[in-house]
Design a protein around this ligand. Structure first.
Ligand SMILES: Nc1nc2c(c(=O)[nH]1)N[C@H]1C(S)=C(S)[C@@H](COP(=O)(O)O)O[C@H]1N2
Ligand SMILES: [Mo]
Length: 310
C-alpha cells in the first residue's frame, strides 16, 4: 500500500502544532516535568540521570538536560507526538532481548543483550544529535563502537552495507498500526561509515541504561548524519550487498535519503537546514557541516556525495 501524501508530512507537523515551544526552549526542561496544575506527575517525576564524566561536548557546548533528552523524542513506533513518547513507551519490555547479526559474515551470531553489553563494554561519548527537523541536543551516550561488533562477526568481501532492523511488534508499539509506513523501521550505513570510530551502538545515556523512549535496549548513534539514521530498539544487524532501503526512503524518497549527512547548504524540500534550535536555548545556532564532525568523517565522501543528501 502506498503511503498517503497527507501522512508523509508527519516529520514536520510539530513545526505547526508545536510553535509555542519556540522561544520557550529554555524552560522546556522545567515545563515538561510539570503538569497543567504545576504538579509533578508520578510517571514524569521518576527518571533521574546517573553520573556522567563529561559536562560538555568537544566544541564546548553544554549537555542538554536529562529531562529534555528523555521527554522530547522521535519514535514513530509509539507516537508522532514527541512529548508523549516517554509515557507511551514506559511499559515497553526490553527483557529478554536478542540481537541477530548475520548476512555476509563469516561468523553469524545471535547475542543476548546482556552478554553483548558485557562483551563490548561501555564508554561515554558526548555527541550532538541533529534532527532533520532542525532541532538538536547534546547527549552523553554510553555504548561501544559498532566496529567492535562487526570485526567479531567478520564481514566477507560481499558485504558493502549494513542494514539495521528495529523491532516489529504492533501489540507493544501502537504506532506500527499506522499503515502509512512500511514497518519495521529500517536504516542502513555503508560499511566504511559503519566501521568509523564515531559510529556507536548505545545502550545508555547520562550514566544509566537507556530508557524505552530513547531506544532501549540498543540503538545506533551516527552523530554526523540526521537523527533518523540512528535507529532505536535494534533486533537485527545484517551485512548486505546492496544499499538498504530505509523506512524513510520508502515513505518519502525525495525528502529523506540514504546518506542524510548533516549539511547546512543542502535544503530539505520544505525548510532550510542552515540553522537549528538547540533544545534548552533561546537563539538558533548555525548548523555545522557534518554536524561538526567533518575532520573525522569528511574523508568518507567525495564533494559530490557531500552535497547530495541522498
Ligand atoms: N526505530 C526508530 N528509530 C528512530 C526513530 C523512530 O521513529 N523509530 N526516530 C529517529 C529520529 S527522526 C530521531 S531525530 C532520533 C531521535 O532520538 P531521541 O528521541 O533519542 O532524541 O531517533 C531516530 N531513531
Ligand atoms: Mo529526526
Amino acid at each position: 500500500m502506498k503511503p498517503k501524501s497527507s501522512e508523509i508530512t508527519s516529520e514536520s507537523t510539530y513545526q505547526s502544532r508545536r510553535q509555542f515551544i519556540k522561544g520557550a526552549g529554555a524552560t522546556l526542561a522545567g515545563a515538561i516535568l510539570l503538569n497543567g496544575c504545576g504538579q509533578k506527575t508520578p510517571d514524569q517525576a521518576k527518571p533521574r540521570p546517573g553520573k556522567t564524566k563529561s559536562v560538555k561536548d568537544d566544541l564546548g557546548d553544554p549537555l542538554t538536560p536529562f529531562a529534555a533528552v528523555t521527554h522530547y523524542n522521535n519514535y514513530f513506533e509509539f507516537t508522532t507526538d514527541k512529548e508523549d513518547v516517554a509515557e507511551m513507551a514506559s511499559g515497553f519490555k526490553t527483557i529478554p532481548w536478542t540481537i541477530k547479526v548475520g548476512g555476509f559474515v563469516r561468523k553469524p551470531k545471535t547475542y543476548d543483550i546482556d552478554d553483548l553489553i558485557r562483551k563490548f563494554g561501555e564508554e561515554e561519548r558526548v555527541y550532538r544529535l541533529r534532527c532533520v527537523e532542525a532541532w538538536s541536543m547534546v547527549i552523553p551516550w554510553l555504548g561501544f563502537p559498532l566496529a567492535k561488533l562487526l570485526k567479531e562477526v567478520e564481514p566477507t568481501s560481499k558485504a558493502k552495507y549494513v542494514r539495521f532492523t528495529s523491532l516489529l511488534d504492533p501489540k507493544e508499539m501502537p504506532g506500527q498500526n499506522n499503515t502509512s509506513y512500511y514497518w519495521p523501521y529500517i536504516e542502513g550505513l555503508r560499511l566504511d561509515e559503519a566501521m568509523n570510530d564515531l559510529t556507536l551502538l548505545s545502550h545508555g545515556l547520562y550514566g544509566k541504561a537507556l530508557l524505552p523512549q530513547c531506544g532501549a535496549p540498543l540503538r545506533l548513534v551516527v552523530p554526523w548524519k540526521y537523527g533518523f539514521k540512528s535507529a532505536k530498539a535494534i533486533v537485527r544487524i545484517d551485512l548486505v550487498k546492496k544499499m538498504p532501503v530505509s523506512l524513510w526512503m520508502q515513505a518519502a524518497p525525495t525528502q529523506y535519503g540514504f546518506y542524510a549527512n548533516v549539511n547546512p547548504k543542502v535544503q530539505h524540500v520544505r525548510w532550510s537546514q542552515s540553522t537549528e534550535r538547540r533544545i534548552g536555548e533561546l537563539s538558533r545556532r548555525k548548523t555545522l557541516l557534518l554536524n561538526g564532525y567533518d575532520e573525522k568523517v569528511a574523508g568518507l565522501y567525495s564533494n559530490k556525495r557531500l552535497n547530495e543528501y541522498f
